[in-house]
Design a protein around this ligand. Structure first.
Ligand code: ATP
Ligand code: MG
Length: 140
């Protein structure tokens, strides 16, 4: 295991319900450090580019509308095995399948409005972090 960084997004369903602090507490209690963070509105172009891997999927249009429908908090999390650790803290994509204690089990509304995004590999984490942050905006 090594110290890694991963890209996290607190999604519009969670910012709307004022859950940023409760979600950040889950990361911090699990030992991840928030080393960069910014609250933004995603443009349609940004959301389409960020989720380009899903553009042929039937849920793509809905996902882009959802992600641009309110503020998101983009953040870099740092810690031991951060990519996998964050996926565990988030829980399964569909909150109905998420383990007790995970963010999605506790907070997500449904499979689309599932409160958080987390990079799914170290390689994607590097790409996704660079999508939102310059190196000098990340303070470890
Ligand atoms: P994320 O990429 O947001 O961390 P994930 O890796 O668990 O989540 P993906 O399969 O990459 O899930 O899907 C990206 C996002 O698209 C999901 O988090 C969810 O918001 C939305 N999504 C996925 N599957 C569906 C679906 N069947 N119906 C509606 N929205 C979906
Ligand atoms: Mg994903």
């Amino acid at each position: 295991m090594a110290i890694e960084r991963t890209l996290s997004i607190i999604k519009p369903d969670a910012t709307r319900r004022n859950l940023t602090g409760k979600i950040n507490a889950k990361f911090e209690e699990a030992g991840l450090r928030i080393v960069a963070q910014r609250r933004i509105l995603l443009s349609r172009e940004q959301a389409e580019a960020f989720y380009a891997v899903h553009k042929e999927r039937p849920f793509f249009g809905g996902l882009v509308s959802f992600m641009t429908g309110g503020p998101v908090v983009v953040q870099v999390l740092e810690g031991e095995d951060a990519v996998a650790a964050n996926r565990r803290i988030m829980g399964a994509t569909n909150p109905a399948n998420a383990e007790p204690g995970t963010i999605r089990r506790e907070f997500a509304e449904d499979i689309e409005a599932n409160s958080v995004h987390g990079s799914d590999s170290a390689e994607n984490a590097a790409t996704e972090i660079a999508f939102f942050f310059t190196p000098n905006e990340i303070v470890g």
